[in-house]
Design a protein around this ligand. Structure first.
Ligand code: ADP
Ligand code: ZN
Ligand code: MG
Length: 491
């Protein structure tokens, strides 16, 4: 027999991913009481008997929270239920004062939506299975930071009762990269709609990722792993990439993937089994008797729809048409509504959208990232940028000096003219002054000068560079070029 028959056929697998996203809503008050939702207060200073779950208290539904959840649903193309109903989900954990969470089990407020976005030159659509409204639990802090070794834990109930939406996608995502890009688009939409501030580092946005593999062409889903503890979009992508490798190996060995919950270990870069599906708690869901079903008036839904802002994809399309920007630029500039507003104000002050786009996509976004800053914290104004770009246009400063000035403006808010004056950065366009430097450079670089005289024109760039160095970037490069040619090239 030929040995080839022993080689196992390599099966190709399709990746199937569905995400569950928790987003805290930006209402001023909690969902069942009037306590503040503001982040960062001293522990247990924003609590009352209701959100502490004391016996005898009654929750009262905050309409504002329903409005926010509906807005999220509309922005994600969902249909809105005619009635909001709530259920109790029972489990025992110290962060949950009532020992049950009020949530929506089988009557979610929003259903059947979708998000559309571009990936690899293709328009992708990921379905939203449903969105439901529920309450946050409190926050546990373990002494020494590690749960298992902690001698005691502290509980902060400030977070308990903050309204939360859970967005559950269909299993429509087909790669770890697509999961990240989907999340970036979703975050943009929620921020635009001002439904949530989506601060993953503060815990106001949290993601669980479900992933399974199946042989290409199969229509049946495989067993999935659910990954918890993902604290950035990068972590989501990395954890899913790890799972693709892990599950592929299991399937190629002819074994079955366990249906289980896994924990992402960020430092080790691996997922670890936490519990299997059949070890899962029975939540004993039951209808919430203290909150009567809440009727959702269709006229109210329409008023909320009318309040929706222009959404990221619409804005991107408008930027392409109105400002004649490449789709790529428009996508980058509209990812954050505040950057998009800043761009429009700059164009209003200066014109030339593509030039503004280059400065914002390059310098502005780079400095925002470097400083971990938000647009509203930056002292640079659109009028300030317009003034700077005008100085570059008029040749008062060179483009590269302009970048230095930009950085200073970004951090200090000083005017471009003041910085240029203070630091003596005006471009040198005085022929006499430059001629002296040019002569000096020729004297110091006889070899290079000889090459240019002999017709090797590419060496002239080297000499221009020497002049720029001596003038700390301030020489007018066009003029330097002319002066060098006049001295070295016989016409
Ligand atoms: P569970 O029964 O574990 O709660 P659900 O059907 O409620 O699962 O789905 C939870 C999430 O998991 C959804 O985002 C869904 O899209 C996703 N999901 C469901 N089945 C799979 C699968 N086989 N592979 C990947 N993701 C899945
Ligand atoms: Zn309260
Ligand atoms: Mg489920």
């Amino acid at each position: 027999m030929a040995t080839e028959t022993m080689v196992k056929p390599v099966t190709e697998y399709e990746v199937v991913i569905g995400l569950e996203i928790h987003a805290e809503l930006l209402t001023d008050a909690k969902v069942w009481c009037g306590c503040s939702t503001k982040f960062g207060a001293e522990p247990n200073t924003q609590v009352c008997p209701v959100c502490m779950g004391l016996p005898g208290t009654l929750p009262v539904l905050n309409r504002e929270a329903v409005a926010y959840a509906i807005k999220a649903g509309l922005a994600l193309n969902c249909s809105i239920a005619p009635e909001a109903r709530f259920d109790r989900k029972h489990y025992f954990y110290p962060d949950l004062p009532k020992a049950y969470q009020i949530t929506q089990n089988d009557h979610p407020l929003c259903r059947r939506g979708y998000v559309e976005f571009e990936l690899g030159g293709e328009t992708r659509r990921v379905g939203i299975h449903h969105i439901h409204l529920e309450e946050e639990a409190g926050k546990l802090m373990h002494a020494g930071d590690r749960l298992m070794e902690a001698e005691y834990s502290l509980i902060d109930y400030n977070r308990a009762g903050i309204p939360l939406i859970e967005i559950v996608t269909e299993p429509d995502i087909r790669s770890p990269e697509e999961a990240r890009v989907f999340l970036e688009n979703l975050k943009s939409i929620l921020e635009y709609t001002r439904v949530s501030d989506c601060r993953m580092e503060q815990g106001s946005l949290r993601v669980d990722a479900n992933i399974s593999l199946r042989p290409k062409g199969s229509t049946k889903f495989g067993n999935k792993a659910e990954i918890k503890n993902l604290n950035s979009f990068r972590a989501v992508q990395r954890a899913l990439e790890y799972e693709v490798r892990r599950q592929t190996e299991i399937l190629q060995r002819g074994e079955e993937v366990a249906a289980e919950t896994r924990h992402w270990d960020e430092t080790k870069g691996v997922t670890v089994a936490m519990r299997t599906k059949d070890e899962e708690d029975d939540y004993r869901y039951s209808p919430e008797p203290d909150i009567p079903p809440f009727e959702v008036d269709p006229a109210w839904v329409e008023r909320l729809r009318a309040q929706l802002p222009e959404l990221p994809r619409e804005k991107q399309q408008r930027f392409v048409e109105q400002y004649e920007l490449p789709a790529y630029d428009a996508g980058v500039l509209t990812a954050d509504a505040k950057v998009a507003d800043f761009f429009e104000a700059c164009v209003a002050a200066y014109g030339k959208p593509k030039i503004v786009s280059n400065w914002l996509m390059g310098e502005f976004l780079r400095l925002l990232r470097e400083d971990g800053a938000e647009v509203q914290d930056v002292p640079l104004t659109p009028e300030g940028l317009a003034e700077l770009l005008t100085l570059v246009d008029r040749g008062v400063i060179s483009g590269s000096i302009g970048k230095e000035v930009f950085e200073d403006m970004f951090r200090t808010g000083k005017s471009a003219a003041a910085i240029v004056k203070e630091r003596g950065l005006e471009q040198i366009s005085d022929e006499g002054e430059l001629a002296a430097v040019v002569d000096q450079v020729i004297a110091e670089n006889e070899d290079a000068a000889a090459k240019v005289r002999a017709g090797e024109m590419k060496t002239i760039g080297f000499l221009v560079g020497q002049v720029m160095q001596k003038t700390r970037g301030k020489a007018n490069p066009k003029l330097v070029n002319e002066l060098l040619r006049a001295r070295l090239v016989q016409e």
